[in-house]
Design a binder for this molecule. Structure first.
Ligand SMILES: [Zn+2]
Length: 553
């Protein structure tokens, strides 16, 4: 494809903002809309200045779609409204039809109302236009009489997209779309225009398969990195990775400035407001998650914002303690839990090593009058889980898992399934190194392994634990209690941490709870195995006597 940068065209757009558009909000209201450097150089000039040569020999706008991802309070609506007004009056399109659309009518009305204000504030534009502001935002309309162009709000349902012939569409708040239907319908609605433009404005949504914002985010990253070639897509993204905001790192103002360009340009005072919001957020895990997502544009698993989570990551992280491996736990009493998978999936073995009250070497735990546990985790996953055909996991997740494999947190083995013998040989190693007393597993999983283990180890009580509310209710409650009290020391294992972050609770009518495999976002096998291990640790022995460890809980 032949492309070129048309400076005149780029400057025409920037000039239009300065000459005809005014800011509409706060103390800037009425001041000319002079684009900040980052808005002009990184968004407007390339987006409107780059051209491509068509087969008919016409130079038209190169980009058909713009993905613009910015956190809250960065002037997205004003920028979107400015683009809409430019598209209506100055884009050189015959009979332009401009639309703004969002997750709901109210949201779609936001960009429109700013645009209507801009037209009202411009004598030149106002004179040639009819502005109809309805109290019902989606009846609002701006009509440019000379060109017979219109700008309307679409209410954001599929039916409203039918039969439109847009030249430019502004889709605001993509992250609030419930699915991809509306996004796709608009994408397919640009039939008869030489240089249509689909502008997508968004803040970070949830990191989960099927979330259209997250899918587009990853697609856009691939385009930026050159993995996918898509010369029609314009990308401007400011965001942080979850890792960059872990622990207390989200409070680093350098990060805020990197993600929010308004803080170093037109809105320097906003830093005080952000500090206030951050200080408030620091007291509540749920608010930290919102702050990260909306102010730092971090895409997080939806489970991070759920209130029915088993355990908050903040509590989990605080109790991490010093990482101990098998040989450092030699000779210690150990209770095991297994969670095995049928095919392409994660397998987990968890060992819990009780510390008698008052003997725990971890700083925050010293002198505690209650039992706590050191936790040892082993994970296996078959290589095919990462294959191009494995659709269950999103690409970034596959990359993450592969990384953990390289770092030794995850055993990646060839094939589609993990062979029981691989897990058995690890248990064998444990049985020879530590005092492995009891091992609980799901009866539906791997009967073969249970038989093998029972034959091999007379002293080891391998037993089947039905994964029912009745059987899992108590160990799940115990898991939550111990984890929130900081009495599970896991050494910061990142695979288990990921699963803890995913895990939410299922409850039956009697109030029993257990880890919910179906509704949790992502894998939770390590959590299920830990609950099994706790069941093993607290199981009454054959005489009905409750284990000493259990009594003190
Ligand atoms: Zn402890």
């Amino acid at each position: 494809m032949e492309t070129r940068y048309n400076e005149a065209r780029a400057e025409h757009t920037v000039d239009f903002f300065r000459k005809h558009l005014k800011h509409t909000k706060g103390r800037w209201r009425g001041a000319p809309f002079i684009l900040e450097d980052w808005q002009a150089d990184d968004i407007i000039r390339p987006l409107f200045g780059m051209e491509r040569l068509t087969d008919e020999g016409l130079w038209v706008r190169q980009y058909r779609k713009a993905f613009i991802k910015l956190p809250k309070k960065t002037g997205k609506s004003e920028l979107g409204a400015g683009i809409a007004v430019y598209a209506l009056y100055a884009d050189g399109e015959g009979g332009p039809e401009v639309f703004s659309v969002a997750a709901d009518k109210k949201q779609a009305g936001l960009v429109f109302n700013v645009a209507a204000d801009m037209v009202d504030l411009s004598p030149v534009l106002c004179r040639r236009s009819t502005v109809n502001r309805s109290r019902i935002a989606h009846h609002g309309l701006i009509w440019d009489r000379p060109s017979n162009g219109v700008y309307k709000v679409l209410p954001g349902d599929a039916a409203s997209i039918d039969g439109i012939n847009p030249s430019v569409v502004i889709l605001d708040e993509l992250h609030r779309q419930p699915g991809r239907e509306l996004y796709d319908l608009i994408d397919e609605s640009f039939p008869a225009r030489d240089q249509p433009l689909y502008v997508i404005l968004t803040t970070a949504g949830f990191d989960e398969p099927g979330n259209v914002e997250w899918e587009l985010h990853n697609y856009a990253l691939d385009v930026v990195r050159g993995v996918i070639e898509d010369p029609y897509l314009f990308v401007y993204m400011r965001f942080c990775s979850p890792e960059e905001t872990e622990g207390d790192k989200w409070r680093d103002e350098k990060l805020w400035r990197r993600v929010n360009p308004a803080l170093t340009s037109f809105n320097p005072g906003a830093i005080d407001e952000l500090r206030r919001v951050a200080a408030e957020a620091a007291r509540s895990p749920a608010k930290v998650v919102s702050f990260k997502r909306l102010c730092l544009n971090v895409s997080l698993p939806r489970a991070a914002e759920r209130t029915d989570k088993l355990v908050t990551l903040e509590a989990w992280d605080q109790a991490a303690g010093i990482r101990k491996d098998l040989d450092e736990l030699a000779g210690r009493i150990c209770y095991g839990g297994l969670d095995l998978a049928g095919s392409v999936d994660v397998n987990a073995l968890i060992g819990l090593f009780p510390n008698e009250p008052g003997t725990c070497p971890e700083p925050g735990c010293q002198g505690s009058k209650e039992t706590c546990y050191h936790l040892l985790a082993r994970f296996w996953v078959p290589e095919e889980a990462f294959g191009d055909n494995a659709r269950e996991w999103a690409k970034p997740l596959k990359e993450q898992l592969a990384n953990w494999g390289r770092e030794g947190w995850l055993n990646v083995l060839p094939g589609r399934v993990i062979d029981d013998r691989d897990i058995q040989s690890e248990i064998d190693l444990w049985a020879r190194t530590v005092n492995l007393v009891r091992l609980a597993k799901d009866p539906w999983q791997s009967k073969q392994l249970g038989v093998l283990l029972r034959e091999e180890y007379d002293q080891l009580d391998v037993y089947d634990l039905p994964q029912t509310f009745a059987k899992l209710g108590e160990p799940t409650d115990l898991f939550i209690r111990l984890a929130l009290a900081g009495r599970i020391h896991h050494g910061g294992n990142p695979v288990l941490r990921w699963m803890v972050g995913n895990a939410i609770a299922a409850k039956d009518s009697g109030g029993n709870q257990k880890p919910d495999r179906k509704r949790s976002a992502g894998k939770i096998d390590g959590v299920a195995a830990t609950v099994n291990a706790l069941a093993a640790a607290t199981k009454p022995d054959e005489e009905g006597e409750v284990w000493a460890m259990a009594v003190r809980h």
